[in-house]
Design a protein around this ligand. Structure first.
Ligand code: GDP
Ligand code: MG
Length: 175
């Protein structure tokens, strides 16, 4: 049986956040269970897919990656179009990337559908000795803004799968 014919839903999820926080690696970890040590910064908008089963439904997650547009805040509204979920990623070792999260959320509120499910991700959780953002601060911010929250490591894979399943489950429960 051709899996494509049995897909129940395609869920578009966008990944945003400052450059170098690990967005592309999180995607690769989820889509291919890979971590690439010499990854080049992404060029051109791309997405990766993975099909998962949630509550007996076959769901194709289409995860979009920004393409070095982060620095210029040039992510276009086309990128957000049709997105049902968003992961806003910061690096737990880079305070500035967390301080910029509010701006990324503003971008989302301006361009994305109001019902979009948003998850805040503190990545590079393997670098505990270089932590610059306390978990409690992120939890508080997420609660204030009504976001789901998780700390992940694309390097070790910690929580990456769980975070994607959480957002996909949440989207599924509202479609
Ligand atoms: P992007 O610009 O947000 O797409 O970031 P990348 O995915 O290209 O990652 C930027 C850098 O951070 C690369 O050198 C990655 O190897 C590294 N990196 C990404 N995720 C992790 C992680 O979870 N732990 C550690 N230690 N390094 C990571
Ligand atoms: Mg990238």
């Amino acid at each position: 049986v051709n899996v494509a014919e049995r897909i129940d839903y395609v869920f578009k999820v966008v990944v945003i956040g400052d450059s170098a926080v690990g967005k592309t690696q999180i995607l690769s970890r989820f889509a291919k269970n890979e971590f690439c040590f010499d990854s080049k910064s992404t060029i051109g908008v791309e997405f990766q897919t993975r099909t998962v089963t949630i509550s007996g439904k076959l769901i194709k997650a289409q995860i979009w990656d920004t393409a070095g547009q982060e620095r210029y805040r040039a992510v276009t509204s086309a990128y957000y179009r049709g997105a049902l979920g968003a992961m806003v990623v910061y690096d737990i070792t880079k305070r500035q990337s967390f301080d910029h999260v509010a701006r990324w959320i503003e971008e989302l509120r301006a361009h994305a559908d109001t019902s979009i499910v948003i998850m805040l991700i503190g990545n590079k959780a393997d670098l505990l000795d270089r932590r610059a953002v306390r978990t409690e601060d992120a939890v508080e911010f997420a609660e204030d803004q009504g976001l789901f929250f998780s700390e992940t490591s694309a390097l070790t894979g910690e929580n990456v799968e769980t975070a994607f399943f959480k957002i996909l489950q949440q989207i599924h429960s509202v479609v």
